[in-house]
Write a protein of this length. Structure first.
Length: 611
């Protein structure tokens, strides 16, 4: 491009019309590589009043590979144009070390979003000066927390070893320095507060002498709160942020420093920051020697200062509790702080001991819904709680509480000990005795159901035996219908329960069903009647069904005939053979009776008896 022509195009960048300025910028960006005058002219257009011209100039500078313009790019980050700001940030990355100085200078000024972008760019630089610049922002009440979180994100990023080393070195050094400043400012503010308080008391005392008793307004006299002192607040904010930053590094060697700042000698914000900073350390599987820290946190969790207690609880929530501290941790289940109670109940570390389990069971049976939920979660993770839960269920007198204990036991289905099952069975038998003696009440019946339900889930064999024991007792009192009703569900049941039923019990079940059905069994229409299946199954195992049925005094010949008739009507050969055997028995016993003749005819029709 000729010199005169080039100058003319550059001059157009000053034109009043934005479209001409934009056109001139486009031309210069296309042909101005290597021309310092073009680079300078486009750089000046970064401050153009028209957004379109600014964008063209910025892209042109990027295409030309212009350097040394960092100071002119930074204002674009806070100009309010997000697209332009994002592009300016991308170009700043290409400016290399030359951009770092202007970025550090601008980090403490402007809108928060622009400062975030600058901090991110500095972290990409990863120099000692860049890290120091970001650490300088930690005390800023608007940007400090965001700066801290940007550092945290960088520390957590894979491949950030260089920045991590710089942060660790700088944060450790600053923590000590700022800590001394906090003590100094805190002491000064307290002294000034005490002085102001003394002056206020003296003034009030003088007023009393002048005005008599009316000189006092009845309120306690207090001095200015040292925490509200601007210098104290600034120092504490920075110190707390540095402690948290050390925590993000998760270095076990910082435990001593953090614990020292968690004591009640320090202002509350410092204590909270130090306790929070321990979270990654006590939760790390690689961390060693955390016993002292955990012990201190357990003590703080029961603190009268609720803010400190909650911070300790939050830190303990993810902590690895050493075995030697399991009992002190479990003792928090009896803390005066409900949140500490909930934490201990939910986590219940192994080795917490019988007292911890008892506390959880008591909470599960209590009135506080929050404590109950926490206790239920804790008991679900504690195999050692099964036997105490079984004893508690056995002793329960309230159905709702009994159901809670039963639910907790079900969480350990498949791992319930024989001793626990024995407790439940014994309690269930006690309720059966009450029924048998006629002493059962509505409440005891509900408690019995809770026991039987949980036994059905965790000990099916014992549950089945109890069902049959109850059925026998009912039958002995002439209540066959009730007895069969208590067993009816077993006619169609799952395989594991089916295997748990002995032949004698299966025969009782079938006989009770036959007693209840009586002659009406003849009118049943179901081809797959489970009652027939019970008798056929027994016969297939070699059980003397016909012989034993003849001994059952409560089963009429008519019922036996009806059973045999139904079996002969079955499509199953095994069923037919048993049916024939039953009818043959009737024919043999009463050949000339009406029932015997009916049996003979049915056997002939079925091909079991020759004409």
């Amino acid at each position: 491009m000729g010199k005169n022509l080039g100058s003319a195009v550059i001059d157009l960048l000053e034109h009043d019309r934005a479209d001409l300025r934009a056109a001139a910028a486009t031309v210069l960006a296309a042909v101005g590589r290597g021309d310092d005058a073009v680079a300078k002219a486009l750089t000046e257009r970064l401050e153009d009043t028209d957004a379109g011209v600014r964008r063209i100039a910025l892209e042109g500078l990027a295409d030309l590979g212009t350097t040394g313009i960092s100071a002119r790019l930074i204002p674009l980050l806070r100009g309010g144009d997000e697209t332009l700001a994002e592009r300016a940030a991308q170009i700043l990355v290409t400016q290399g070390a030359a951009a770092e100085g202007p970025l550090r200078k601008e980090l403490g000024h402007g809108p928060i979003q622009a400062r975030r972008t600058i901090a991110q760019l500095l972290l990409r630089r990863g120099s000692s000066a860049a890290v120091d610049a970001i650490l300088d922002q930690l005390a800023d009440h608007e940007f400090g927390e965001q700066a801290l979180q940007l550092l945290r994100a960088e520390l957590d990023r894979e491949g950030s070893e260089k920045v991590r080393d710089l942060v660790e070195k700088a944060a450790s050094s600053r923590t000590s320095e700022v800590g001394k400043r906090v003590q100094k400012e805190w002491a000064r503010a307290k002294k000034e507060s005490e002085k102001a308080l003394a002056e206020q008391k003296a003034k009030e005392k003088k007023g009393k002498k002048t005005n008599g008793a009316n000189g006092s307004n009845g309120h306690a006299v207090t001095g200015p709160d040292p925490m509200r002192d601007p210098q104290v607040a600034l120092a504490i904010a920075e110190h707390g942020a540095l402690l948290r930053l050390l925590g993000y590094l998760a270095d076990p060697s910082t435990q001593k420093l953090l614990l020292a700042h968690a004591t009640d000698e320090h202002p509350r914000p410092i204590r909270l920051a130090a306790i929070a900073a321990l979270r990654r350390i006590v939760a790390s599987s690689e961390a060693k020697g955390t016993e002292h820290a955990i012990e201190a946190l357990i003590e703080y969790a029961d603190s009268d200062d609720l803010a400190v207690a909650q911070s300790a609880i939050d830190t303990l929530r993810g902590a690895r509790i050493p075995e030697k501290l399991a009992k002190p941790f479990a003792a928090l289940a009896k803390s005066k702080n409900p949140s500490a109670q909930k934490l201990a109940m939910e986590r219940l570390p192994a080795g917490g001991g019988a007292s911890a389990v008892k506390a959880l069971i008591d909470a599960l049976g209590g009135d506080d819904p929050t404590a109950r939920d926490a206790a239920a979660r804790g008991l679900a993770k504690a195999p050692e709680a099964v036997l105490p839960l079984a004893k508690a269920l056995a002793a329960a007198t309230d159905e709702n509480i009994a159901r809670r204990y039963a639910t907790a036991i079900r969480a350990h289905r498949g791992h319930v000990s024989d001793a626990a099952v024995a407790e439940l069975v014994e309690a269930a038998k006690g309720h059966l005795d009450l029924h048998h003696k006629g002493k059962a009440t509505a409440e005891t019946i509900l408690l019995e159901r809770a026991l039987m339900d949980v036994l059905g889930d965790v000990a099916p064999t014992e549950h089945v035996e109890l069902l049959f024991e109850r059925a026998r007792r009912l039958r002995s009192k002439g209540k066959s219908v009730e007895a069969f009703g208590s067993l009816k569900a077993l006619l169609r049941t799952r395989a594991d329960l089916d295997a748990a039923i002995s032949d004698d019990n299966r025969f009782l079940l079938a006989v009770l069903g036959l007693e209840v059905a009586g002659e009406a069994i003849m009118r049943a229409t179901h081809a797959d009647d489970p009652l027939l299946t019970q008798f056929a199954t027994l016969a297939g195992r070699g059980f003397a069904v016909a012989k034993k049925l003849n001994r059952e005094k409560d089963v009429s010949d008519e019922a036996i005939y009806g059973l045999g008739f139904r079996l002969l009507e079955s499509h199953d050969d095994g069923h037919k053979d048993l049916g024939a055997e039953l009818l043959e028995g009737i024919l043999e016993e009463r050949p000339r009776s009406k029932l015997g003749k009916s049996a003979k005819n049915k056997l002939k029709l079925s091909g079991y008896l020759d004409e």
